[in-house]
Design a binder for this molecule. Structure first.
Ligand SMILES: [Zn+2]
Length: 83
């Protein structure tokens, strides 16, 4: 009889672990499936490419903010402005 109780407890123990593992997997899958935050896009005034604001190269010119896809575009844009 004691053996049966031990077995039942062991089974319950495994079921509990399995339950939490599956629950954790489902939660993780839901998090992965969630849509990423919409990222604000800015336009490079030099090459007209749209880039996410987070990764853009920012430059303040006469009070206005300009965003570039690369430092190269920023350099060329400033050169064009000068001439
Ligand atoms: Zn560019």
């Amino acid at each position: 009889m004691a053996r049966f109780i031990l077995f039942a407890l062991l089974l319950l123990f495994f079921y509990t672990i399995l339950y939490y593992l599956i629950k954790d997997m489902v939660v993780r899958r839901k998090k992965l499936g969630r849509e990423p935050e919409p990222e604000e896009l800015v336009q490079d005034p030099y090459c007209q490419t749209y880039i996410p604001k987070r990764t853009a190269v920012r430059k303040r010119v006469k009070g206005g903010n300009y965003y570039f896809c690369s430092k190269e575009c920023l350099r060329k844009f400033l050169e064009e402005k000068k001439s």
